[in-house]
Design a protein around this ligand. Structure first.
Ligand code: NAD
Length: 399
């Protein structure tokens, strides 16, 4: 079939197997062009490993440090008539490249929140690796099924406290419009915390510890975002920010149990991913941010960010550098005063008419397309392509 992008809002319902493979290969090439990691974890589990920050967190230790990796994700397999979701193709390409490089890689497609998935992964660790040295927790999900009760929690992206009105970018129409979002109620806040907070991260670490598969001195990291004031009402002070506070508290509790700096939260840069495109206001902020950061030669994508996390923090002789709240800050370049001053200025000025002059909307759109394997160089998008791709290590599907 010929696969073209089918985009509505922040969703693209198609993805291109060869384009996704090229996107993964670009990230591998980037990592291989950097100096090898000096002190890499050798056995790494990534939960949320198929796209965005999690995929980069699988590629960096594998191709920069020779790590064996286990990746957990929830993606749609291809059918004869329909392409798979991008994370499926990304993971197929990752495994193929890992095999060619002689690296162990095993993937699990199913619900990371379930007890069954944890048991499957632990069994694979016991059978193949014995123990693991690092767990990256990079899930972004709109819902979670409680593994004990079956109750479904839904996360939402709303302010807390007051109604929020601000500029927003309608990415379909390429128009700046005003968005107003009513505040979440207590139940919506609580449900978002159950989905995106640290509860499931802790369940993973507890299950791995109980099974005796955590190596002495193991590390675990999860990701957060802070950003500038224009995004606070919807992010840091919103429902998702409440969940991230819970994530940070979970890291503190893990450190009390396992030792200082075992569990860290890394604050990462705002980037175009499937998860971030769904957050109101953020696509406009990202478009303005990209323009400023590119003009200063500071722009990074997921792979550059995670390369810096491993090389500058985990490789450092005295371990990661932390802020006053105990977090790693790879959003440091985004949050530089000169960058933020310029973004704040253009935030006030930007309109539909001057969008192309003030923002990098073309860059935003290009990156969004690339998430689904479209717009990659060297791919003939007019050619017939077989949507079937196998992920060699995938065991029987998990509910
Ligand atoms: P993403 O949408 O690219 O990736 C989400 C991953 O979670 C995918 O691998 C997906 O398959 C997996 N997943 C979702 N539900 C699952 C389930 N039930 N079981 C198994 N796997 C499941 O998201 P991302 O933007 O890379 O976000 C990853 C983390 O980084 C999140 O914690 C996010 O808050 C954080 N973060 C993102 C940004 C950003 O701008 N994108 C910035 C800072 C921090």
């Amino acid at each position: 079939m010929i696969i073209t992008p089918k985009i509505r809002g922040f969703i693209c319902t198609t993805s291109h197997p060869e384009g996704c493979a090229a996107h993964v290969q670009q990230q591998i090439d980037y990592v291989q062009a950097q100096p090898p990691l000096k002190n890499p974890p050798k056995r790494v589990l990534v939960v949320g490993a198929s796209t965005g920050y999690g995929l980069a967190s699988r590629i960096v230790p594998a191709f920069g440090g020779g790590a064996a990796t286990l990746g957990v994700f929830f993606e749609k397999e291809p059918t004869e008539k329909k392409s798979a979701s991008a994370g499926w193709y990304n993971s197929a390409a990752f495994e193929e490249a890992a095999a060619a490089a002689g690296l162990y890689a095993k993937s699990f497609n199913g619900d990371a929140f379930s007890h069954e998935m944890k048991k499957l992964v632990i069994a694979a660790i016991q059978a193949d690796l014995g123990q693991i040295d690092m767990i990256v927790y990079s899930l972004a999900s709109p819902r979670r099924v409680d593994p004990d009760t079956g109750e479904i929690y839904k996360s939402c992206l709303k302010p807390t406290g007051e109604t929020f009105t601000n500029k927003n970018l309608n990415t379909d129409k390429k128009e700046i419009e005003s968005v107003t979002i009513e505040p979440a109620n207590e139940d919506e806040i609580a449900q978002t915390v159950r989905v995106m907070g640290g509860e499931d991260w802790k369940l993973w670490i507890d299950a791995l510890a109980d099974a005796g598969v955590l190596a002495e001195g193991f590390k675990t990291v999860a990701y957060n975002y802070i950003g500038p004031e224009v995004t606070w009402a919807i992010y840091t002070d919103g429902t998702i920010g409440r969940a991230k506070l819970h994530l940070e508290k979970t890291a503190e509790d893990m450190n009390t149990r396992f030792g200082d700096k075992t569990a860290l939260v890394s604050v990462n840069k705002a980037l175009v991913t499937q998860a971030s495109s769904a957050i109101p206001v953020v696509p406009l902020y990202i478009s303005l941010l990209y323009k400023v950061m590119k003009s200063k030669g500071l722009h990074e994508g997921c792979i550059e960010q995670i390369q810096r996390l491993f090389a500058d923090h985990y490789d450092a002789s005295n371990g990661p550098t932390l802020d006053d709240k105990g977090r790693v800050r790879i959003d440091d370049w985004e949050m530089r005063a000169d960058v933020q001053a310029e973004v704040a200025k253009v935030w006030n000025e930007v309109t539909t008419e001057n969008l192309d002059a003030l923002a990098d909307f073309a860059g935003y759109r290009q990156e969004f397309h690339r998430l689904f394997g479209f717009g990659l160089p060297g791919i003939d998008y007019d050619a017939e392509v077989d949507p079937q791709r196998k992920i060699p290590s995938i065991p029987a599907p998990v509910a």
